[in-house]
Design a protein around this ligand. Structure first.
Ligand code: ATP
Ligand code: MG
Length: 388
């Protein structure tokens, strides 16, 4: 009897001819998160199996499962017992499975016979395994409608017995859907937005604007930490750290105060698009959310979109703040995001920011600055941090 892990993937089954590409990518991504572990991996009939590297070794199933749950494309995993496909071995595995659970009163058995040469049908397997459990555990009864636990038996070349199905995030394997550039601040929203898009199979790069000496090294470190959390799901990523102070000072000195926030955002978008193109990204991602603040009114979003020629993904657009916070907690970025360090957006804040900016007026103000020089200088002084 061997402890193994069954890995289920759902959505990628739908992909017809692309399916092998998706499966290969998923396996590759699994190998990346399990790079320091000893195990064997193989795939058969829309299922991935993770087994001990050789017969007399054991898997650390809980540690491996914790890592697997972060791989996009996986729908669920089950720790399972693998035995020879005969009823005695299956009985033993089912008993062991039962022994591990405490406080149960009711159960049922569900079986799937993948190997049609097996002498019993699925209902017969369930019936016999159930009867065997009843004979060994006197306090238990069968409840087919709402049992405390379901013992699953799958008979294939070998047989697998398990009771636990742990849900993962689903989505698509990272790297199957192109690459996008996340504008990441130290806030709650942008890391959550990056996660949502990464979940759809998109590889990430990130750009962060910082304003020394107004923003300190702690704020920078926080963004690096947030990117590390993202990379634990989406694989390694490049973080471009762009100095933004000069642009902010110039805007403050030359443009109307109420426009500062939106003008700043337009510079961020322009610079991000350039870096995105150079890095082979096809879209930008922001954590913007309709109506949340002055810079996120419909008109403000239009004003920031109008300076770029690339799709801007805003996956949080229709979410409420409490939904975003719940997401940030789930993906483990929340505690880092709420650390109290200054972001470049919080310096030179206008007292009464424009909420309905008109494009002609913004362009007029920007005409007072040397847009091209500001952008190329910022890009020249950009630092790249490789996050693994
Ligand atoms: P967040 O929680 O992501 O900071 P927010 O609700 O505070 O979002 P804003 O500060 O208006 O909203 O920023 C809107 C979006 O602009 C952010 O979600 C992020 O994508 C981008 N952004 C803001 N500040 C920066 C920055 N310093 N560097 C890179 N991108 C930024
Ligand atoms: Mg912010």
């Amino acid at each position: 009897m061997q402890e193994v892990i069954l890995v289920r993937y759902g959505e990628i089954i739908l992909k017809g001819l692309n399916r092998p590409i998706f499966e290969q990518k998923l396996i590759k991504n699994i190998k990346i998160v399990l790079r320091n572990e000893r195990y064997k991996i193989w795939r058969s009939q829309a299922r991935i199996y993770i087994e001990p590297f050789d017969e007399n070794e054991e898997l650390n199933t809980s540690r491996l499962i914790e890592k697997l749950l972060k791989v996009f494309g996986i729908v669920s995993v089950s720790p399972a017992l693998k035995v020879e496909s005969n009823m005695d071995a299956i009985f033993q595995a089912a008993e062991k499975c039962m022994q591990r659970m405490h406080g149960l009163k009711t159960f049922k058995v569900e079986s799937k016979r993948g190997d049609k040469s097996f002498p019993l049908t699925s209902p017969e397997i369930s019936r016999d395994v159930g009867a065997n459990i009843l004979s060994k555990f006197k306090d238990l009864t069968v409840d087919v409608n709402s049992p405390d636990s379901v013992i699953n038996v799958e008979v294939r070349e070998y047989s697998y017995v398990y009771s636990e199905v742990i849900q993962a995030y689903g989505g698509m394997p990272t790297g199957t859907n192109g690459k996008a550039m996340l504008l990441v601040s130290g806030g709650i929203d942008s890391p959550a937005a990056g996660w949502m898009i990464a979940k759809r199979g998109v590889e990430l790069e990130a750009v962060h604007f910082f304003s020394p000496p107004y923003t300190g090294p702690k704020a920078r470190e926080k963004v690096v930490d947030l990117c590390k959390i993202l990379s634990s799901y989406a694989g390694k990523l490049k973080l471009h750290i762009v100095p933004f102070t000069e642009i902010q000072v110039e805007l403050r000195d030359k443009c109307p105060e109420e426009q500062l926030t939106i003008l700043m955002r337009r510079f961020m978008m322009r610079i991000s698009e350039r870096i995105a193109r150079e890095s082979g990204c096809s879209a930008l991602i922001t954590g913007e959310n309709l109506g949340q603040v002055a810079s996120q009114t419909m008109q403000s979003l239009v004003a920031s979109d109008s300076v770029v020629n690339m799709p801007v993904f805003r996956p949080l657009i229709g979410m409420d703040k409490n939904e975003i916070i719940a997401l940030a907690r789930k993906i483990d970025t929340y505690e880092t995001s709420i650390l109290p360090y200054e972001d470049c957006c919080t310096i030179f804040l206008p007292r009464r920011p424009e909420t309905k900016p008109r494009l002609e007026k913004l362009e007029l103000s920007e005409g007072h600055t040397d847009i091209e020089r500001l952008i190329s200088q910022a890009i020249q002084n950009t630092e790249i941090v490789e996050i693994v």
